[in-house]
Design a protein around this ligand. Structure first.
Ligand code: ATP
Length: 514
């Protein structure tokens, strides 16, 4: 595929055409940064959620799940810091009336300088061939050096301004870099202002009686406030974890790039409670465990990388992202954070309730430290589709679009296809559907030529097609076609459940993790 931008566009239109993702309330022209999952999309999403959930709760006897409410007591968000500090610095362009995140404008500016440097390097590489020494070139070429110095200085000033909440400093930096509105080129900017990302609403129907409450911007706080409930009711011993999946809401300003950044999205989070002093060992453990989970899906290890946070949040003592090579480039897919006792400590302070663990072995009680793993379900969905989407040229010169989704995650596992719609073949096919439908999500399709039916299944990522032909009526065998290789084998009907089951079962994924 030529161009990455192009690839994202193709994925978006494929998602719409085949019922994976639709723009929300599309008949009213949609609502920005909100999307609906269609029939195949909701299956894929369920499978991703299930794989995460099982990897957490089944494979770790010390991890249990909960399902907390979206609404929480408003003080929760005071304690967590979201009321005071969950802000984005925004700037408006007075001419175009468009609004931007000041830090994103600066990051894009830095990105452009980096791209210029990369271009210089590419140019020199093709000029000097094998003799080219990139490190030396970057350290000596005047253009590259000038850009690198500029990048370092902008990064330094931006970091300082963000850390000190110096909004005037951010504005000055935007002016010094002569950054213009990306859409219109205008440099007529307002001041930079802070904008809270939480959606608020009111509890209670009587005016005056109403209290402002928030739609949760992360699921984690539902876990923290239930820490003691879970520990006590489950008689959990430290170290232990609590897992949760559910909706979170953020009034994102820059909500572009399809389902990568939405205003309503689902998170899969796990908080692992440990003894203070052991947190960095557990942080390393969870980094490894989570990358192993990703690798088990076989979506090309080159598509993943760790990005360690240089600037840590005030409560964290280590943090990194697992980044994925999306069509828009490497971006955050999952965060792993060592959050110390910040959250439980803050909830103790604000609630006046003790949130401590009594350690029967050492006879002491303490506020546990926490390692968090947090992944966006939609981002995982997009990562899966970006790696799965393929336009393949076939030997006969034709082309097919195929989603090479890991079989255990595929929305439909098997398609049952009578070769022709007569001679008792549909009835035989229906028997097979009946036999397999409790084990697999399957689809019966008798319309159009068999080749077209195979293409339709390729396009939604179905790993196996079962074709019933005239021989089936006498030999009780069918043709089993595999999606990626398009290889066909003859298989006895009584063996189908076992053969397909082994290949599409989530066990095969989970087994790689034990
Ligand atoms: P970003 O830097 O991209 O805004 P974040 O650092 O704010 O992300 P976290 O607060 O760490 O994200 O949230 C954990 C995970 O939730 C992220 O790794 C991402 O997968 C997902 N996520 C966060 N914001 C969104 C969003 N607006 N839409 C979809 N997924 C999101």
């Amino acid at each position: 595929m030529q161009n990455q931008d192009d690839k994202l566009k193709k994925i978006i239109s494929h998602c719409k055409e085949y019922g994976f993702v639709f723009p929300s309330s599309e008949i009213y022209d949609g609502l920005s940064a909100t999307y609906d999952y269609g029939p195949y999309g909701s299956e894929l999403k369920n499978n991703l959620r299930e794989y995460w959930w099982k990897a957490m709760t089944r494979l770790h006897e010390n991890i249990v799940g909960i399902d907390a409410s979206i609404f929480m007591h408003p003080t929760t968000w005071k304690a967590s810091g979201h009321v005071d500090a969950f802000n984005d610095p925004l700037i408006d362009n007075k001419d175009s009336k468009r609004r931007y995140r000041a830090d994103v404008l600066l990051e894009e500016y830095i990105g452009k300088l980096e791209a210029k440097n990369n271009k210089e390097v590419e140019k020199a590489k093709s000029k000097f061939g094998d003799a080219f020494d990139e490190t030396k070139f970057r350290a000596t070429n005047p253009n590259v050096l000038r850009n690198s110095e500029k990048i370092a200085s902008v990064e330094q000033r931006m970091k300082q301004a963000l850390e000190n909440s110096d909004l005037a400093g951010l504005k000055q930096l935007i002016e010094d870099c002569e950054i213009a509105d990306p859409e219109t080129g205008s440099r007529n900017w307002t001041e930079v202002r802070q904008f809270n990302l939480m959606f608020s609403t009111e509890l209670g129907s009587v005016a005056g009686d109403a209290a402002t409450i928030y739609l949760r911007p992360e699921t984690a706080q539902g876990i923290f406030v239930n820490f003691l409930n879970v520990q006590k009711s489950g008689r959990m011993k430290i170290p232990f974890g609590i897992a949760q999946t559910g909706k979170a809401f953020r009034n994102e300003i820059i909500a572009r790039q399809f389902i990568f950044r939405m205003r309503e999205f689902e998170q899969m989070e796990m908080q692992f409670f440990v003894k203070p002093g052991t947190e960095l060992e557990w942080y390393a453990y969870w980094k490894e465990a989570r990358i192993k989970w990703h690798m088990s899906l076989g979506m090309n290890s080159d598509n993943y990388r760790f990005h360690d946070h240089l600037k840590l949040a005030h409560y964290a003592n280590a943090a990194c992202d697992i980044e994925f090579n999306f069509p828009m480039g490497f971006k955050e897919l999952e965060g792993i954070h060592s959050r110390t006792d910040f959250d439980l400590g803050a909830h103790e302070k604000f609630s006046g309730k003790k949130l401590r663990y009594f350690d029967p072995e050492s006879n002491e009680s303490y506020v546990p430290y926490v390692i968090e793993t947090s992944i966006g379900l939609a981002r995982m969905f997009l990562a899966t589709l970006s790696s799965a989407y393929d336009e393949e040229k076939l030997e006969d010169g034709s082309e097919r679009t195929v989603l090479r989704i890991p079989p255990a995650l595929a929305p439909v596992k098997v398609a049952v296809l009578p070769l022709v719609n007569k001679d008792g073949l549909p009835e035989k096919a229906r028997e097979i559907v009946k036999m397999l439908q409790l084990d697999f999500n399957l689809q019966y399709d008798a319309k159009d030529a068999i080749g077209r039916r195979y293409r339709r299944q390729d396009a939604i990522g179905t790993p196996y097609c079962i074709t019933i032909d005239n021989d089936t009526m006498t030999d009780e065998s069918v043709t089993l076609r595999e999606r990626d290789s398009m290889k066909q084998e003859r298989v006895r009907i009584e063996k189908l459940r076992e053969i397909v089951g082994q290949r599409v079962s989530m066990h095969t994924l989970l087994q790689q993790l034990v």
